[in-house]
Design a protein around this ligand. Structure first.
Ligand code: GLN
Length: 549
């Protein structure tokens, strides 16, 4: 059985529990411990797949196709591990399981209750499939005291009793507001949220305190006393200008050391660990603070009000910047703006990205942006919907098929982008219907793509014959039906699905960098292994010499 690290959140949401859990994972990985990252989300949805990106942020897609909370993206990027469907649980999934068991008759004779039936299922989820790792890091979504989170905190309490306190550590991420008029950091909200935790029988071992200023010693002492925590376990989590500076920052605050102390893990090689963490994470400090150049790109999307809606994309762009030693500024262009505003903004950037998206709203603005990038030789990267629109734009404006469209937008016109037969490789061919269930029915997860000999895409992917990328889409382009039209539209198909039937990557030979892919390469990018499509896109902008001062 591994040791368990629980991360709870107090005072308010958006304090960055996901980042905190990821940074703890990164620090344990730096000491070569094996870890597993899990998240318990209190919402009743089965998964976030049907939630609005404008409210809940991006849906992260795992290798196995699980549609998960965006925090899984942070886990994978910071800890360089791969998560899977079993690592993500929601209240909805727990209830679904318990109700299925009840219907099957597994609990015959009992009335089903939160304790023990729901909590047993939660504990099973927390402890399953982790015998081969040293630590399981488990983030509890939401804020302590929320009506939905009780079964989760109750499960932590039960586990502490069952496994013994020496196998479990509870880290409570909290917030100390700085009241300017009083010139003071306030501890009362933290005291209250710790009381909430204590009232359900959970005593935090470490308080990780978000603060905009250094926390003075007397405030730490006060919190330690009121919250029943050792003073050295009250740790400052200062606001950071960039999330990749946080692992090093936590290490300097001795967060990892306190965790090892709790579990009585001897730390003999402290100097060499210090050096390892400084050289790995500290190295990013230079790239973040003093890049040699700056460029600006535009992302044209529909969910531009909430940055979390494109979090993996933002990260992949940043990683591509690291690879080229440049800072990339993003101009978030609202696809619903009028065309002249969009074009004016695009004239000022070095490159254009059309990210993934859903439904017809905003597609006119995106098509206009693609046309502008194509005609003005501006480096262009299209992702998922971005590729479908790049194909529609070329069919309409280059090949002269004016009614070219996608089944997602209309039932009239030439369906260049359409529903195709089933992709489940079960051997059974089934035409999918627009009316089928929306949740969990897309082409999800890793799918292979064969790269075309002589294409730029193949070169970018280091000459590989085949690559595997994560997908999340319902509509697609049939190579058989549209291959010759695409050629007429000046498009080279540079990647196809393994069965040769679906267009996976396209590019234009009459353009310095015009590549679009049906997959979501942003989900695979890591700070220390930037995705080649993003680094080469940024490199092409540098070659076009459009830097900003
Ligand atoms: N809406 C498109 C589809 O379902 C594209 C999806 C996406 O961009 N992720 O095929």
């Amino acid at each position: 059985m591994p040791s368990f690290i629980f991360i709870t959140g107090g005072v308010m949401s958006s304090l960055g529990k996901g980042i905190a859990a990821s940074c703890i994972g990164a620090l344990l990985r730096a000491r070569n411990f094996s870890i597993r990252m899990k998240k318990l989300d209190p919402y009743i949805n089965i998964d976030p797949g049907t939630m609005s990106p404008n409210k809940h942020g991006e849906v992260f897609v795992m290798e196995d196709g699980c549609e998960a909370d965006l925090d899984f993206g942070h886990y994978e990027r910071f800890t360089d591990t791969t998560c899977s469907a079993g690592d993500s649980i929601t209240t909805g999934k727990i209830y679904e399981k318990v109700i299925a068991k009840e219907r099957r008759g597994d609990y015959l004779g009992s009335d089903i209750q939160i304790v023990p039936h729901i909590t047993n299922e939660i504990k099973y989820f927390i402890t399953r499939e982790c015998n081969n790792v040293d630590f399981t890091i488990c983030e509890i979504g939401g804020t302590v005291g929320d009506i939905e989170s009780f079964p989760f905190t109750e499960s932590i309490r039960q586990l502490s009793l069952e496994l013994g306190k020496e196998k479990i550590i509870c880290i409570h991420l909290t917030y100390l507001p700085f009241v300017k008029t009083a010139g003071e950091l306030k501890t009362k909200p933290t005291q209250h949220s710790v009381k909430q935790l204590q009232s359900v029988g959970v005593q935090p071992d470490i308080l990780l305190c978000r603060s905009e200023i250094e926390i003075p010693d007397d405030i730490k002492e006060k919190m330690a006393m009121f919250c029943n925590v050792k003073k050295e376990n009250v740790i400052t989590a200062l606001d950071a200008e960039n999330i990749y500076l946080i692992p090093h920052q936590y290490h300097k605050e001795h967060l990892d050391k306190r965790i090892y102390e709790h579990f009585k893990i001897p730390v003999e090689d402290e100097r060499s660990i210090d050096e390892k963490i400084s050289s790995k994470w500290g190295r990013l400090t230079k790239l973040i603070r003093n890049p040699s150049k700056m460029i600006k790109i535009a992302v044209i999307g529909k969910y531009t009000k909430l940055q979390d809606a494109y979090i993996s994309l933002t990260q992949a762009i940043m990683h591509g910047g690291f690879a080229n030693d440049v800072r990339v500024e993003i101009d978030w262009v609202n696809a619903d703006d009028d065309h002249s505003t969009i074009v004016k903004r695009l004239a000022k950037v070095g490159g254009v990205i059309i990210p993934g998206g859903f439904s017809v709203r905003g597609t006119d603005g995106k098509l206009e942006a693609i046309k502008f990038a194509r005609e003005n030789a501006i480096p262009f990267l299209g992702i998922c919907l971005g590729m479908q629109l790049a194909v529609i734009e070329a069919c309409r404006n280059v090949a002269g098929i004016h009614s070219a469209t996608s089944r997602e937008f209309s039932n009239e016109g030439e369906m260049v982008v359409d529903l195709m037969e089933s992709w489940d490789n079960s051997g059974e061919t089934k035409i999918r219907e627009s009316s089928e269930n929306k949740g969990g029915t897309m082409r999800l997860g890793k799918h292979d793509c064969l790269l075309t000999h002589g294409s730029k895409a193949k070169k970018i992917y280091n000459g590989a014959d085949m690559v595997s990328e994560r997908h999340r889409h319902r509509f697609e382009i049939s190579l058989q039906s549209w291959g010759s039209v695409l050629e007429k539209a000046g498009i080279m198909v540079s990647g196809v699905s393994r069965d040769g039937r679906r267009v996976e990557i396209i590019e234009r030979n009459d353009h310095p960098f015009f590549i679009a892919t049906q997959s979501h390469p942003e989900f695979e990018s890591r700070p220390f292994a930037p995705h080649p499509l993003f680094s080469s896109f940024i490199e092409s902008i540098l070659q076009s010499k459009k830097e900003i001062d």
